[in-house]
Structures are given as C-alpha cells and as structure tokens.
Design a protein around this ligand. Structure first.
Ligand SMILES: C[S@@+](CC[C@H](N)C(=O)[O-])C[C@H]1O[C@@H](n2cnc3c(N)ncnc32)[C@H](O)[C@@H]1O
Length: 302
C-alpha cells in the first residue's frame, strides 16, 4: 500500500479548533454532554462528596482537566461539584491558546480558582517532575484528549497516581462502535497521519485501568452527527468535518480521489437513519480506590 505524506490536523491548532467547532455544532455535542453531566455525573459528584467525609481529604477540592478545550463540558462537571464543594481549585492543561481564550471568556465559574497551564500534558508532566510539585487531585477529567497525550497506559497510570486516595478519574474516548473509531480501522491509508495513541478506544482505556487493579464503569454517549455538509464539494464546514474525522488537513483536496470517494461512501452509510453508530463516545469512570472486583462496564445509550 502506498503511503501518503499527510499533514495531521493536530499540527495546526487554529485549524483543529475550527474543525472541532463544526463537529460540536453539527452533533449537538454540547447539550448532550451537558445533560450527561446533570443526569449521570451528579451521582459521581455525590459519591465524591460522600468519600470526602473520610478523614484526610482537603479543602478546597482540587480538580484537573487534561485537554480542556473551550471548557464547556468541564464547566458542566464543575457545576455538579459546586453544591457540595463551594471552593474549587481547578487546573486546566490545554496547549491551544485559542481554546484557552474561549474558555476564559465563556466557561469560567465564580468561586473556582483557575490555574491555566498552556501546555501539552507531556510538558505538564515534565514540569511537574522538575518542580517536584506532587499536587494530588480529587477529580481529574480527560475528555476526548487522550488521543494526543502519548502512550495511553503511561498516561492513565500518571493520572491515577495524581489522584487523592479516594479521587475520581473521568475519561471520554471513542467507542469502538462509533464512526470516529471505525473510520480509522476501515482506512489504514490514513494511519500515517496519526500517532499510535490515536487508535485508543474505551476498551483500551478500561483495560489500562483494570491492569492497575481498579474498577471502571463505562457509559455510552451517542451523538448524531449531521454529515450532510461533507457531501457538498463547496461547503467549507463539510471540509472541516471531513478533516476532523480523517485527521488529515485539507483531506478533500490532498487525498487521492478514490480514497475521498470511499470515505464519503463510508460517511454516507453512517448517516442513514438506522445506523447504530453515528458517533459514539464512551465515558469511562474510575475511582482511585483499589478493589478486588474485575472491571464490569455498565453501558447506557443516550
Ligand atoms: C477533541 S478536543 C476536546 C476538547 C474538550 N475536552 C471537549 O471535550 O470539548 C481535544 C483537546 O485536546 C487538546 N490537546 C491536543 N494535544 C494535547 C496534548 N498533547 N496534551 C493535552 N491536550 C492536548 C486540544 O487542544 C483540544 O483542546
């Protein structure tokens, strides 16, 4: 198979943010995730609150977001913690300035003290080592960002190491059922655009958590992406959505015509109303408390 010298969309954060904005707009992701936070995460928040009565847990609560983006989902999660923890210290690790600027404008909450870390997770970890800052967190979230943080097992291990003894880790990643994951599986031609960690799914993450002797709970969240714009050659939003799903910058114009056609055919099938998969992501929750139970994911479809 001839390999192509792709430019990954991750090499240009401005372009990446634009593509992600289109995805959010055409998938209803923000409302869906926010509802999930209200309906499901509120229970986790209560659980964190219950655990916090244990001796040795500090005030204020410390939280960490990895690849926080524009912060809309993080804001929804923190809102659920606020009734129990009026004072929150929240660290944001996000390498893209455009995302952080948007976050500061639209997603900051009162009574939350923010620590803005404009850097990648890898840089953040390196800096932590240099400064020997062993801060521990009561809650860590990594939402659709572990594709970029290097070896997934090592990332999970270092995130869990940063949790307090009864802390919680919440990871959102692709489900293997979703179009976002299957497009990668179906089109090996695209792989050179990705780093190996791009291939992770909720299965990989749950396995890494289980290997650390922890239990993981998995919820499926299904977004219905409106792909109609990608079938129009002259639709700029269609180009951006195509770039996000293939991971390739300016995919429509730089990829061989036959590959573009096959990718469009794949997305057309995904767009049929009876398609099961649309774009599924799984929310993987784990608490730092080690148990002897093996991981038994529970799944609910939204
Ligand atoms: C798919 S977006 C998700 C944003 C946000 N968490 C959300 O759900 O809306 C991925 C995020 O990861 C960030 N990112 C990219 N490389 C990263 C890295 N090496 N470390 C941490 N974050 C990274 C991107 O800038 C982007 O904000």
């Amino acid at each position: 198979m001839a390999t192509h010298a792709w430019t990954s969309i991750c090499q240009n954060f401005v372009h990446y943010k634009r593509c992600y904005d289109v995805f959010e707009k055409r998938s209803g992701k923000i409302d869906l995730y926010n509802n999930w936070a209200k309906e499901e995460f509120s229970r986790v928040a209560e659980d964190i609150c219950g655990r916090r009565r244990n001796p040795g847990i500090r005030n204020p609560i410390c939280t960490l977001g990895i690849g926080s983006g524009k912060g809309s989902f993080e804001m929804a999660l923190l809102k659920q913690l606020q009734p129990n923890f009026p004072s929150i210290h929240h660290t944001v690790v996000e390498p893209c300035e455009e995302f952080i600027s948007h976050y500061k404008l639209h997603s900051v909450l009162e009574n939350v003290q923010y620590d803005w870390q404009l850097k990648t997770f890898q840089q953040y970890m390196q800096d932590q080592e240099c400064t020997s800052n062993g801060r521990k967190f009561d809650f860590i979230s990594a939402v659709n960002s572990l594709y970029y943080t290097g070896n997934v097992k090592e990332t999970i291990r270092s995130l869990i190491d940063q949790l307090t003894e009864s802390g919680y880790l919440l990871v959102v990643v692709r489900s293997e059922k979703g179009a976002g994951f299957r497009i990668i599986v179906n089109f090996p031609e695209l792989h050179p655009a990705f780093k190996p960690s791009y291939f992770i799914s909720s299965k990989t993450v749950s396995k890494a958590i289980a290997e650390m002797g922890l239990t993981a709970k998995v919820n499926s969240v299904r977004t219905n992406v409106d792909f109609s714009c990608v079938f129009d050659d002259n639709d700029a939003e269609g180009d951006d959505l195509l770039d996000l799903f293939t991971g390739v910058m300016d995919f429509r114009r730089t990829a061989p015509e036959s590959l573009v056609e096959r990718v469009l055919k794949f997305l057309r099938q995904e767009s049929t109303p009876d398609s099961e998969s649309a774009s599924a992501t799984d929310v993987v929750n784990t608490s730092a408390t080690r148990t002897n139970t093996s991981a038994t994911p529970t799944t609910s479809n939204v």
